[in-house]
Design a protein. Structure first.
Length: 482
């Protein structure tokens, strides 16, 4: 399985290159053969014309001396054939118009002169018109494929014969064969070099794919911090980027899952702790009452303890249910048109009696006359009362609490500010966590009030921030787009 794509690429590209080389070789052979044939035709034509010119010159001179030149032509042709040294592979035919006669350098034994003369009719007709002839019609007389070139021989402007040169095509390939051998060697060397280049290129091409494969394996094992480190401006690079994005999202999802698991475990620990204390107190008090070990004068005190602990349990259960509903996206809160200033005014009136016990003044500042919005009046009132209850609880006597509504830029803002014990940075970071208690010595709190405040604000599109310093008070600020 290793390097399977690389092997395929190498095999396919090498095969393509070899097929390309074979096609080039075949095309080269065909074109080169055609070129060599054309070259030899032109060379034969040139030589035939030179011989014809020699005979024309000879016949013109003889005609001036002897009137019976026609009877000497065949003799002159024979002497020329006899005295001329020619390439053994070549063949020269000299044809006299008035014989009719033919003189051949190499006479094929199996054919008669008449047969050959019959084959010369068409070429001689063309030559008689003073035109050269080029063709291969004489191949069967000359033991193989042959190129033939014929030119007219003139005497006093009249065609008196023909010089026909033959050259077997089998005589052409030495040059062609040499060229083919050189080309073949070049193609073999080029193929080897190409195979080497293709091998390196294929490995380079599949290198990022192998990287991404390793990343995918590590992702499957749960390592979401791994990166492909592939940076290419193509489809493979895009795939690598998507794989890195997937790893990042899986890492975030893993972190969220870990956080949720920790929250779940913390929730179980906290709820167990919150339930254990009142249940233990109730059980101990009931056992003491059942066993009759409590003096009569302290029995009312035990009943009061049982009542207080049951109230604490009821509040804990109600807060849990409330928070669960608010966090459920399918739970609809009843929104209707309201004026936020009216909610703040009612909260101020409702909490004044509670604040009087510590001689705390509640001051309401409305920088704007009101703000109309759709909301759940009861939930918004609950949200602000929870904050006011905490503010009163953590404020010293003879202090004050400020409620404010104002507009800043494009935002509507409202706040609850006290001048109590305040909070440090760590407390601010965890203030909205479930079961988080700012005052660990407070037996009545369950640490869900501010979580409920945060959820009510979120369901009304309010963002919530906290400003606080130790011993200088706290301010909870709500804001939303107008």
């Amino acid at each position: 399985m290793r390097h399977k794509i690389t092997s395929r690429l190498i095999r396919k590209l090498t095969l393509i290159f070899i097929l390309f080389g074979v096609a080039v070789l075949v095309l080269f052979t065909s074109l080169f053969r055609q070129y060599i044939k054309q070259y030899h035709e032109e060379e034969l034509l040139r030589r035939a014309k030179l011989i014809a010119q020699q005979f024309t010159y000879t016949f013109d001179e003889l005609s001036d001396v002897r009137p019976d030149t026609e009877t000497l032509r065949l003799d002159i042709f024979r002497r020329h054939i006899k005295d001329t040294e020619m390439d053994p592979a070549e063949n020269l035919w000299l044809v006299s118009e008035d014989g009719p006669g033919i003189v051949m350098d190499h006479i094929p034994a199996r054919f008669s002169t008449n047969e050959i003369m019959d084959s010369l009719k068409i070429p001689l007709e063309k030559i008689a018109k003073g035109e050269p002839f080029i063709g291969d019609v004489f191949s069967k007389y000359l033991n193989g494929s042959t190129v033939s070139v014929g030119v007219p021989i003139f005497s006093k402007g009249k065609v008196v014969g023909a010089a026909i040169f033959h050259n077997p095509i089998t005589n052409l390939p030495p040059t062609l064969q040499k060229g083919k051998e050189m080309l073949l060697i070049s193609l073999i060397v080029a193929t080897l070099l190409a195979a080497l280049i293709i091998s390196v290129s294929a490995k380079q091409f599949t290198k990022p794919i192998r990287k991404m494969n390793r990343v995918a394996i590590e992702l499957a094992k749960g390592d979401y911090q791994i990166k492909t480190k592939v940076y290419q401006d193509d489809e493979i690079g895009q795939l690598a980027q998507n794989l890195d994005k997937l790893a990042k999202k899986l890492a975030l999802s893993s972190e969220e899952s870990a956080k949720l698991e920790k929250l779940r475990q913390d929730f179980i620990v906290n709820i167990s702790h919150e339930l254990r204390t009142p249940v233990t107190v109730i059980r101990g008090s009931l056992e003491a009452l059942r066993d009759g070990v409590i003096p009569d004068e302290t029995v009312p005190e035990y009943y009061n303890t049982l009542f207080n602990e049951s109230v604490h349990l009821q509040r804990l259960v109600n807060d849990l249910l409330e928070l669960s509903r608010l966090q459920n996206i399918d739970f609809d809160i009843r929104k209707e048109p309201l004026n936020l200033a009216d909610v703040l005014e009612e909260v101020r009136r409702s909490m004044e009696n509670v604040a009087k016990k510590k001689n705390i003044k509640i001051r309401l500042n409305l920088d704007i006359p009101g703000y109309a919005m759709d909301g759940d009046y009861v939930r918004l009132r609950q949200m602000l009362i929870n904050l006011m209850d905490n503010a009163i609880k953590f404020s010293p006597e003879d202090s004050e609490i400020l409620l404010r509504l104002w507009k800043e830029d494009d935002f509507i803002k409202m706040s609850v500010k006290d001048f109590g014990q305040g909070m440090n940075e760590e407390q601010i970071n965890h203030i909205f966590d479930r079961f988080y208690k700012q005052d660990l010595n407070n037996p009545n709190g369950v640490g869900l009030g501010l979580s409920i405040v945060h959820e009510i604000a979120r369901r009304h599109d309010f963002q919530l921030t906290v400003k606080a310093k130790e011993n200088k008070g706290s301010e909870f600020i709500f804001f939303r787009k107008e």
